[in-house]
Design a protein around this ligand. Sequence first.
Ligand SMILES: CC(C)(COP(=O)(O)OP(=O)(O)OC[C@H]1O[C@@H](n2cnc3c(N)ncnc32)[C@H](O)[C@@H]1OP(=O)(O)O)[C@@H](O)C(=O)NCCC(=O)NCCS
Length: 172
Amino acid sequence: MELIQLTSDYEMKPFDCGDAALNGFLRDEAKPFLESRLARTYLLCDEDLIVGYYCLLNDKVAKRDVANSDWRRIKKLFPHSKHFGSYPAVKIGRFAISLQYRDCGMGSKLMDIIKRRLKQDIGDSQFRFLTVDAYLEAVPFYEKNGFKKLTPTQEQGNTQAMYFDIQSVVEP
Ligand SMILES: CC(C)(COP(=O)(O)OP(=O)(O)OC[C@H]1O[C@@H](n2cnc3c(N)ncnc32)[C@H](O)[C@@H]1OP(=O)(O)O)[C@@H](O)C(=O)NCCC(=O)NCCS
């Protein structure tokens, strides 16, 4: 399997993760998002098949969006620093695994790839957290992969803001 960074000339292959919005994003929006500098998409491919994909964009974890108790937990990660009103982050804008490859650890494997690549620090900028607005059904998947809830679960809405501390990734 190989990880491919989406480019404007990539010939898109069929992809079905069972969620129309996530299928539609890859088909119709991933390239325009790239060209508008809104998000960059990566594809996990098995020869001609797209096994899964994700896209990344910049984000922040801000005090005003987080419950007080959670903000205290975040501040404790910077014991010797001046504290800020927000900390830089990278957001997983979309994340999906094809129905054909589900429930055999592929999602967790792709998540490990994201974390390792981000921890390698190959960019020119810095950030501390990985964030996601998780579908409520997918919250257990993110918790299993080390994400914590950023806000108390809302009774309304269908997503849950979550974060992962990229500093906690152990490099091989
Ligand atoms: C969520 C998703 C990426 C997980 O991929 P996966 O390859 O099945 O993940 P893994 O095999 O590594 O882990 C599966 C675990 O996630 C849990 N899980 C959480 N939410 C799930 C969901 N919506 N669908 C399937 N499994 C889910 C399963 O219970 C399973 O836990 P277990 O290993 O303890 O049994 C995949 O189900 C998917 O693409 N779903 C549709 C799109 C989606 O919800 N994306 C997330 C957007 S925020």
